[in-house]
Ligand binder design. Structure first.
Ligand code: FMN
Length: 363
């Protein structure tokens, strides 16, 4: 089943197994990245941070990079549309421990593209080039780029932009195989990514719609990419990236964690969320993760509905513990993940920012 991946060199950083956790606002926060990293991911990327917010050191932006998180190599993603501001923000991220800066040319949500950031930059190649150039020159760490196929089906300029990026000194490119106008609709076009791979001699990472092992193999075959990036496929499965790595190394699909291990992980994740955000915010942020961990287990819809009504963190913990114990007592051994669909839900979340020309990106 597997096709072994070679390590990737991104400047001084070696990505031993190029299976990468995608940046996802509101999802790949410090608690989640830490679990995915500990399970053995090749690389994890932070939620996107607006360059203006980084410079103004908003609480939200500071929370997204925790210098004490011990995540090892961390790629921090920046969004913005002003070269000098992006460059300044990149320097601050490096000061706070970023080992790689990733630039976002992929986010499709209105609040970001109307500020002329995210995928809107794919429409303005000269400005895109100036941003890449400014950031590469500003920092000593490698700079990478994440983008889509293009703005729409008539403007599929990812291969051209990849060449511009290579000339600017970008060290790795990730392509989500959709256009901006597709948002999260339709299916990711892995074969298109081969055009980007053929256009540059940089490592190219394929992204979009990978949820199981056959997807990984097919995506790599169709795209010819050097690695894969996985986002929504990790919802409620922080171990999935590591399973993909094992599958690629050995050709065998690894077993799912036992239900006891899954229960312990949900509770550990929930504790980390409460600690990171505080009890009030953590209570709300924790709900979606608890829900994702329960997908495919019997009675999960009722369980999720109930969790959403509990207003005290300790009661949530008791309820979660009791629910898993009941499943274990009934002899349930695991989840049925067949037929699991992908939803974009929040997409790249943003918070409002009145700073000219740019929107601040939120937790
Ligand atoms: C909730 C959510 C938040 C996202 N936030 C970001 C982001 O901050 N930066 C970014 O480049 N892409 C973001 N994306 C896009 C993902 O990184 C990824 O490109 C996309 O989800 C396709 O991959 P997947 O099918 O494996 O999820 C987000 C996607 C989702 C669903």
């Amino acid at each position: 089943m597997g096709s072994k991946l070679a390590p990737i060199q991104v400047g001084p950083v070696t990505i031993q197994d190029p299976v990468i956790l995608a940046p996802m606002s509101g999802v790949t926060d410090t608690p989640f990245r830490r679990l995915v990293k500990r399970a053995g991911a090749g690389l994890v990327v932070s939620e996107m941070i607006a360059s203006q917010a980084m410079i103004r050191a908003t609480r939200e932006s500071e929370k997204k990079i925790d210098p004490n998180a011990q995540e090892g190599v961390l790629s921090v993603q920046l969004a913005g549309c002003e070269p000098e501001v992006m460059a300044e923000a990149a320097k601050l991220c490096v000061d706070r421990g970023a080992s790689i800066i990733d630039i976002n040319f992929g986010c499709p949500v209105k609040k970001v593209v109307n500020g002329y950031a995210g995928s809107a930059l794919m429409k303005d190649e000269p400005l895109a080039g100036r941003i890449l150039d400014a950031v590469v020159k500003a920092v000593s760490v490698p700079v990478t780029l994440k983008m889509r196929k293009g703005w729409d089906e008539r403007n599929l300029n990812a291969p051209r932009l990849a060449k511009i990026a290579e000339e600017c000194g970008i060290r790795m490119i990730t392509v989500h195989g959709r256009t901006r106008n597709q948002m999260y609709n339709g299916v990711a076009d892995w074969a298109f990514i081969r055009q980007v791979k053929d256009a540059v001699s940089l490592p190219v990472i394929a992204n979009g719609d990978i949820v199981d092992f056959p997807d990984v193999t097919r995506c790599l075959e169709e795209s010819g990419a050097d690695g894969v990036m996985i986002g929504r496929g990790t919802y409620g499965r922080p171990w999935f990236i590591n399973q993909v790595i094992q599958m690629l190394r050995t050709g065998m699909a690894p077993a799912e964690p036992t239900l006891v291990e899954q229960r312990d992980l949900v509770l550990e994740h929930y504790d980390a969320i409460l600690e990171h955000y505080g009890t009030d915010a953590g209570l709300k942020i924790g709900r979606k993760h608890i829900a994702w961990y329960s997908k495919g287990l019997p009675g999960s819809a009722e369980y999720r509905a109930k969790v959403n009504t509990i207003e005290k963190a300790e009661l949530v913990q008791d309820f979660v513990r009791g629910w898993y114990q009941d499943l274990l007592d009934r002899g349930i051994v695991g989840r049925d993940l067949s037929g699991r669909g992908l939803t974009a839900e929040a997409g790249c979340d943003v918070e409002d920012d009145d700073t000219a020309g740019e929107k601040k990106v939120a937790a």
